[in-house]
Design a protein around this ligand. Sequence first.
Ligand SMILES: [Zn+2]
Length: 419
Amino acid sequence: MSPKFIYLVNAQRDDAWHPGEKRGHVNTLTQDSSTPGLVLRTVLHQGVAFRDQIAEATGLSAATIGRQVTALVRRGLLRERPDCTRSGHVGRPSIPVEVDDRLLATGAVHIGRLVTTVAVTDLHGRVLGVSHLPTRGNDADLVKAAARRLIGLHAGIGDRTLIAAAVVAPWEALDRSPAVAGRTLRDTTTLPTSTADHVAAVAAADLLYSPEHGHGTTAYVYARETVGVATVHDGVIPSGGRRTGSVTHLPTTSDAVCSCGARGCLGATVAAIGPRAAAAGLVERPDVELVHAAALAGDLAAHALLVERAEHLGRAVAVVRDLLDPDRVVLAGQAFTAYPAAASVVLESFRRTTGLGPVPITLSRFGAEVQAAAAGAIALGPIYRDPLAALDRHERLLQRTRNARRARTTNGAVRLQPA
Ligand SMILES: [Zn+2]
């Protein structure tokens, strides 16, 4: 499915659910941003942009925009579109620019409870290639296996330079270490590597495509095999070790047994769907994607399981919303997006539970690609904050690795000399 089609599907969905939401324009993806980052993000959001349009959107002078655009074109981050030159313009012809997504790429790793997703994305955050492996082994072994998969995936994609990487996960729920995973990915790929909570990553991916969600407060609720929540205030995405809150042990009326010893925790309720379907003989393995497929194929027992999950999720979304009172809510992850018949149950359950009246609720545009897109957006974060510094960092790391290899080779040669 092309990104354009995804956009249209979701635009329709948004409008049908919440015709009243105001669509503002904000240029901030994050607070700590450089001037080149601001220019690059403005072009990203405008598509094809003339220099005077960038100046107007950013409030920067024409001279500054001219210098920044030249530098970004030279480094392969923007490209000129002479075919879109403005006609009837007095003086020098005006050539617009767009984000150049032909040369550079990022590596993305999403660690899920059962499945780890590895992807290569372009500068638009589009997924160019994706691969899956079972989530198995300690943090270092798992990420090394993912890095090998990433290197193979990149080799198959053609002539693009990987300039950054990211690894995201529900770290706390899986009892895994972002520090170990990030270091291992950096050392194995020699790429500057970012880490983030996986729901914060979903938020980052959403903001790449929906910059208007950076205005005010947006609450993101994620559910597949795990559940999570993240809030974004004025476009600032929680990153690194910053807490994003947790709904894993939010009580529900289910009788699923949780690792905490209680029954009915939301995380356990959602995680139990695959095993329950397998125990009932509906699917071959306790894999929730098989339950989605069975329900889509018309299996009524699978449908009933997913409707039950949707009831619990709708109530949980209402609790999150009533606690945080955000300007809008975005629902992401296959528990919301993979089975459309359950999505309406989530909304109905939400409406019955919330005490605060209607709020704009949007389904994530990413569907089944959400894990890859989310990790890719975190890898892109440093590039859109300060693109020239991100490229410099990549080159320094590459040079250091080359020097270290050369030193090892030289030392080896010295040792081979007779004493
Ligand atoms: Zn619990």
